[in-house]
Ligand binder design. Structure first.
Ligand SMILES: NC(=O)c1ccc[n+]([C@@H]2O[C@H](COP(=O)([O-])OP(=O)(O)OC[C@H]3O[C@@H](n4cnc5c(N)ncnc54)[C@H](OP(=O)(O)O)[C@@H]3O)[C@@H](O)[C@H]2O)c1
Length: 300
């Protein structure tokens, strides 16, 4: 890898829009703390902020953007539509609501948060609303989360615009290689959620063996390279050409997580990290999602 690719901090989406490779996720950041924490992330240098209607903190993200002084075109703001708002008209209304909470007149990327496999026609109708938002210039790129290869195939067959991104659970314990190959074939960027394996830590999983950042292989690479385990794992994502959106509420970690563009991992280290795959996801299988199993109603 030459010096230029080592420092490659942006990814070109299939519609030509450039997206920062590394972003800041805000899931589980309490609404009342969001403005301060996102402002800290913006001051540290993050330009991609990943929120969602269901995180109930779009307002705080908007406040941070407004007070940051960062020019709007320099930012890349993502939000997501929750399944209880799927359907064409309800999706349009929900998008208006998100924009109002963010205090923005456009977002850079807007994603379907989950597929609804048992009622996929609703997923399609929601995606058609995203296409309309794109045509109206109110979003610069549209995509999906948590879709498997069959979901993507059906979505692409029944709509006009290939998603730019599929945001999926992805970390060294769950590497989803087949799905990533599908993304490559379709021109879809892979964006890792829980890139540090956070989904295995939340809800106080007592079993340390499930914690990616505590794994001896990660720890030994970190020690040898003088980097932290978080930096090693994030570098592993970015070096594969994926995007990653780590979350932290701590300024020290927020700074550490974006400071990964001045070193590279060897092929051997990349392979050793990839070989930690267990094939077991930490989160729910997206194929079980219905509006009954995921019943969140988004506040007005
Ligand atoms: N599309 C979807 O369905 C979906 C699902 C889940 C998440 N997401 C997105 O992905 C983002 C990230 O995922 P995530 O929050 O699940 O997991 P994550 O970013 O992999 O991990 C976050 C956890 O790791 C800790 N952490 C962060 N940096 C660290 C570091 N350098 N060293 C040690 N620990 C560190 C955080 O604790 P502290 O905060 O205490 O530092 C938190 O407990 C979310 O915020 C959200 O934007 C999307």
């Amino acid at each position: 890898m030459d010096n230029t690719s080592r420092k490659k901090t942006a990814i070109s989406l299939n519609n030509g829009v450039m997206m920062p490779a590394l972003g800041f996720g805000v899931y589980r950041i309490p609404p009342e703390q969001t403005a301060d924490i996102v402002l800290s992330a913006l001051e540290t240098g993050y330009r991609l902020i990943d929120t969602a209607a269901a995180y109930n903190n779009e307002k705080g993200v908007g406040e941070a953007i407004a007070s940051s002084g960062v020019p709007r075109p320099d930012l890349f703001i993502t939000s997501k539509l929750w399944p209880t708002d799927y359907g064409y008209k309800s999706a349009l209304r929900a998008f208006d609501r998100s924009l109002a909470k963010l205090g923005l007149d456009y977002v850079d990327m807007y994603l379907l948060h989950w597929p609804l496999p048992s009622d996929f026609s609703k997923t399609i109708d929601a995606y058609r609303a995203l296409e309309q938002n794109l045509r109206d210039g109110r979003v610069r790129a549209i995509g999906v989360c948590n879709h498997n290869a069959a979901n993507l195939k059906q979505l692409i067959a029944e709509t006009d615009i290939v998603p730019v991104v599929n945001q999926i659970e992805l970390h060294p314990f769950f590497t989803q290689e087949e799905l990533i190959q599908t993304h490559k074939r379709l021109g879809i960027v892979t964006q890792a959620w829980s890139p540090l394996g956070g989904v295995n830590i939340y809800d106080a999983a007592p079993d340390k063996a499930r914690h990616v950042l505590d794994h001896p292989v990660i720890a030994s690479i970190a020690k040898r390279t003088g980097k932290t385990p978080g930096q090693i794992v994030l570098r592993w994502h970015i070096q594969q050409g994926h995007s990653a959106i780590p979350k932290s509420v701590h300024p020290k970690r927020i700074a550490e997580n974006i400071d990964i563009f001045d070193f590279e991992l060897s092929h051997e280290d990349m392979d050793r990290i990839s070989s930690l795959n267990t094939g077991i996801r930490g989160g729910d299988d997206p194929q079980i999602v219905t509006t009954d199993t995921y019943p969140v109603i988004i506040a007005p």
